[in-house]
Write a new protein. Structure first.
Length: 359
């Protein structure tokens, strides 16, 4: 009997079980009780007339904090400014600038912020009522804090997959206790940190900024109870474009900052392994192992979905085929990213993706 074809299944199953055990061992932290803190909330917006009103309304409905809402319109050509102006009576501050990019809008907002705690949100992020208070309190022991980003429920298979993907990301973050990137859609910083280390031009300004902060030994934390819900691409074309921008931008920034790309290559290896298990099972007629692995993945995902409240349990049960789809996209975009991450190609890519960082 040939044994080696079964080894990859055993490896993946063991890694999955270890993730589940470690995740289950982590108690979800109790939100802090302190209230009354002032928080500056900066929302860069570009052609966001359909989403910005709900984002501002969710911020203004926050409990236990006094939010200073600063919306920086980055030269929108739709009705974004009119929508923001309508919230003026609620205390929202509108700052207009020529179209310069998300990074510039963030820095412009920081220059107008007055609170020591600064939260940055995308123009389509909806925060839970206690999120701002949790993020502000987390800054007591950190320089930058990432919130728990989930995907807003919409129709389509892409939405189902992305909701489950972000549940799995949250599970890994809970286990690891930190993040690779303080994600732009929901993040918090000490204002002094942003004044000393402003954002820079990049299609992945959050990754680039986090990498520089980590290089300065900044304290970076994760607040799993600080939940925000954001919109994601609803077509496969837009989904691919977003993921390609993330992968290429990350590879280019790694090259520019002199960072090792071993993590990127390691991620590609994991994606390749997830994909290879399917043809391997079919070739060696190891159908039972494939079903067993799918059951393990589904069980883990159900546990995460219940705790993170970011997906639905029916979709969680069928997570393994979704994982294979995600692995195919990740592998393809990362291979492309490594191929184009030369200095000249990166510069061209930055120029051609000037607007997309707002997505």
């Amino acid at each position: 009997m040939v044994i080696w074809p079964y080894i990859p299944f055993i490896v993946v199953a063991v890694l999955d079980i270890v993730l589940l055990v470690r995740y289950a061992a982590h108690e979800r932290p109790v939100p802090p009780s302190r209230t009354g803190q002032r928080v500056s909330v900066i929302i860069p917006a570009y052609n966001a007339q359909d989403t910005i009103s709900d984002t501002v309304a969710s911020v203004l409905s926050s409990r236990g904090v006094h939010p200073e809402v600063i919306v920086v319109d980055d030269g929108s050509t739709d009705g974004t400014r009119d929508v923001i102006t309508a919230h003026g009576d609620d205390g929202a501050i509108l700052i207009s600038q020529g179209h310069a990019g998300k990074w510039a809008a963030l820095n412009n907002g920081v220059s107008h912020a007055t609170a020591d705690a600064v939260v940055t949100l995308d123009a389509d992020t909806i925060v839970s009522p206690d999120t701002l208070r949790i993020l502000a309190c987390a800054l007591d022991d950190a320089d930058a804090v990432a919130g728990a980003l989930m995907v807003e429920r919409e129709s389509g298979l892409q939405n189902v997959i992305q909701r489950q993907e972000h549940v799995r990301i949250a599970m890994h973050r809970m286990v690891e206790g930190t993040v690779n990137t303080v994600s732009g859609p929901i993040a918090a910083f000490r204002r002094s940190v942003l004044e000393k280390h402003p954002f820079k031009a990049s299609p992945v300004e959050d990754f680039e900024h986090t990498a520089r902060l980590r290089g300065e030994n900044a304290r970076i934390a994760y607040a799993p109870a600080a939940t925000g819900y954001t919109k994601m691409p609803t077509t496969w074309t837009n989904y691919w474009s977003q993921r390609l921008r993330w992968s290429v931008g990350t590879a280019c920034e790694m090259r520019r900052l002199g960072l090792s790309r071993r993590g990127l290559v390691g991620g590609m290896a994991v994606s390749a392994l997830d994909i290879a298990l399917v043809p391997l099972a079919l070739w060696y007629h190891a159908y039972a192992l494939l079903v067993l692995l799918a059951c393990i993945e589904g069980a883990i995902q159900v546990v995460g979905t219940r705790r993170e409240r970011g997906g639905d349990e029916v979709a969680a049960c069928a997570f393994y085929p979704q994982l294979v789809i995600l692995a195919c996209i990740a592998l393809a975009t990362n291979i492309t990213a490594l191929a184009v991450s030369s200095s000249r190609k990166c510069n061209n890519y930055y120029k051609n993706n000037h607007d997309d960082a707002h997505e």
